[in-house]
Design a protein around this ligand. Structure first.
Ligand code: ADP
Ligand code: MG
Length: 422
C-alpha cells in the first residue's frame, strides 16, 4: 500500500496536519473496495483530490473517472446527463444519449455538490446505489451499471435532510464512509507551507522571482480566518506574485490583500451552516445593491429638498443627518440605517411618491421654478411614453414582456397604459 507521503506527492497535496493525513489515509484504505464515500468540508478545502485518489488506487483505475458538478447542471437536464435519454424523450432529444452512469460502467463517478441534486434525481440515484439499476429518461427499459460513487458536499446534510431537501436514505447510502477535510483555520501549521508552494509555482508560471513574507506577514497569514480556505490562499498568493514589485511582502502589504481590510464590502461571515460559494456571493451582491438603493433614495430626497427650498444653507442644516450619511465619513458603516427603503421603479420620476415628510409640502412642489419643472416633467413624460410605446410594439402588445424589458412591474405598466391612454 502506498504511503500517505507518497500519495501527497503524487497528487500535489501540501500539508502535514494529522487531520489531513487521516483523510488521505482513509482514502487509501477504502480505495480498493466499492464502498460509497462522502467527502465533506467547506468550499476550497481540497475535496476534489479525494475521489481522484480513490479512483487511482482502485481496480477501476483503467476505466472511466467522471466528475459531475451537480450544482452546475440545470435541474431540467440533470437526469438526462446522468442517466441518458431516449430519442424523442423531450423536445430537442433528436438522438438517444448515453448518460454518465452508462459511460462510466466499471469506473468511478464523482458527484460534487451532491446536496444540490433535485429530489427526483435523488430517487434515481438511490436505485443505482441499491442495485445498479437505472432507466434512461423516456425509456421503460431497466439497464444495469457497475459504478463506484464518491460524492462531496459543503452543505450541512443534516440540515438539508431536516428541510426535506435531501433524502435521508440516500444520505446513508452515500456516506457509508465519511471523509472530512478540515477548514484551513484548523490547519494553521499548513498555511505558510501552502503559501510557499503556491508562491514558488506562480513565480515559475509568471517568470518572476518568488515572493517571500516577512516574519510579521507570516503571523498575519497564519492568523487570518481563510473563509475561502486553500482556494482563497492560492488566489492571494497569485495576486501578490503578479502585482507586487517588491518581492518581500510586509504585513501591511499583505493586509491590503486580505478581504476584511481595505474594502467596504461586507466580509463573508460563515455561520455554523456552511453555505455554498454562490449564496455568500449573492448575499454580498444583495447587500451592495440594497446599499446603493438606499443611497439613491437619500439622494432623491436631498435633491427634492433642494428643489423645494432652494436655500442650500437651510437644507444643509435640516438634512445634516442625510448629508452625513451620503457623503460623510465611512467610519460609521456598521450603523444600521433604519428608515424604510422606498420602493423605486424605473421611469417613475413624474409620479414621485412622497415620503411622509414630503407629503406635507408635496402640493407646493410646483410653486418654485415652475417653468423648469414643467418643461422637465413634460419631456420626461414624452420620453416615458415613447419608451413604453416602443417596448409594447416590440413585444406585439405583450405587457409581460414589455414590463420585463422596462424593468417595471406589470401592474405599473398597466397603470401607465391607462394614464397615457395608450
Ligand atoms: N492540500 C492542498 N495542497 C495543494 N493544493 C490544494 C490543497 N487543498 C486544496 N488545494 C487547491 O485549492 C484549490 C481548491 O481545491 P478544491 O479541491 O477544488 O476544493 P473544494 O472542492 O473542496 O472546494 C485547488 O486549486 C486545489 O488544487
Ligand atoms: Mg469543489
Amino acid at each position: 500500500m502506498e504511503s500517505v507521503q507518497a500519495i501527497k506527492q503524487r497528487f500535489g497535496i501540501i500539508g502535514n496536519t494529522p487531520s489531513l493525513n487521516r483523510a488521505i489515509e482513509k482514502s487509501i484504505q477504502v480505495a480498493p473496495t466499492d464502498i460509497s464515500v462522502l467527502v465533506t468540508g467547506e468550499s476550497g478545502v481540497g475535496k476534489e483530490s479525494i475521489p481522484k485518489i480513490i479512483h487511482q488506487l482502485s481496480h477501476r483505475k483503467h476505466n472511466k473517472y467522471i466528475a459531475v458538478n451537480c450544482g452546475a447542471i440545470p435541474e431540467g437536464t440533470i437526469d438526462s446527463e446522468l442517466f441518458g435519454h431516449e430519442k424523442g424523450a423531450f423536445t430537442g432529444a433528436t438522438q438517444t444519449r448515453n448518460g454518465y452512469f452508462e459511460v462510466a460502467d466499471g469506473g468511478t463517478i464523482f458527484l460534487d455538490e451532491v446536496g444540490e441534486l433535485p429530489l427526483t434525481t435523488q430517487v434515481r440515484l438511490l436505485r443505482v446505489l441499491e442495485n445498479g439499476e437505472f432507466i434512461k429518461v423516456g425509456s421503460s427499459k431497466v439497464q444495469k451499471t457497475n459504478v463506484r460513487i464518491v460524492a462531496a458536499t459543503n452543505v450541512n446534510m443534516f440540515e438539508a435532510i431536516e428541510k426535506e431537501k435531501f433524502r435521508e436514505d440516500l444520505y446513508y447510502r452515500l456516506s457509508t464512509v465519511d471523509i472530512h477535510l478540515p477548514p484551513l483555520r484548523e490547519r494553521r501549521e499548513d498555511i505558510h507551507l501552502l503559501f510557499r508552494k503556491f508562491a514558488s509555482d506562480f513565480a515559475l508560471k509568471y517568470k518572476m522571482p518568488t515572493v517571500k513574507l516577512t516574519d510579521n506577514a507570516v503571523q498575519v497569514l497564519t492568523k487570518h480566518r481563510w473563509g475561502g480556505n486553500v482556494r482563497q490562499l492560492r488566489n492571494i498568493a497569485e495576486q501578490l506574485s503578479v502585482l507586487e514589485q517588491d518581492r518581500t511582502i510586509s504585513a501591511d502589504t499583505l493586509h491590503g490583500y486580505l478581504p476584511t481590510s481595505g474594502t467596504n464590502l461586507p466580509a463573508v461571515v460563515k455561520t455554523s451552516k456552511s453555505e455554498s460559494d454562490f449564496s455568500s456571493e449573492r448575499e454580498i451582491l444583495y447587500k451592495v445593491l440594497f446599499d446603493m438603493k438606499s443611497d439613491l433614495n437619500d439622494l432623491k430626497k436631498l435633491t427634492m429638498e433642494l428643489m423645494k427650498g432652494g436655500n442650500i444653507k437651510d437644507v444643509e442644516k435640516d438634512q445634516e443627518h442625510l448629508i452625513q450619511k451620503i457623503y460623510g465619513e465611512d467610519d460609521n458603516e456598521s450603523e444600521v440605517y433604519e428608515e424604510p427603503v422606498q420602493e423605486t421603479e424605473v421611469l417613475s420620476i413624474p409620479e414621485h411618491t412622497a415620503t411622509p415628510e414630503e407629503a406635507v409640502s408635496v402640493q407646493d412642489k410646483y410653486h418654485f421654478a415652475e417653468e423648469i419643472q414643467e418643461e422637465e416633467t413634460l419631456s420626461l413624460h414624452d420620453k416615458e411614453l415613447e419608451l413604453i410605446k416602443k417596448s409594447l410594439e416590440r413585444h406585439n402588445g405583450k405587457r409581460k414582456l414589455a414590463a420585463a424589458e422596462l424593468g417595471i412591474s406589470e401592474r405599473t405598466l398597466y397603470r401607465k397604459i391607462k394614464q397615457f391612454d395608450l
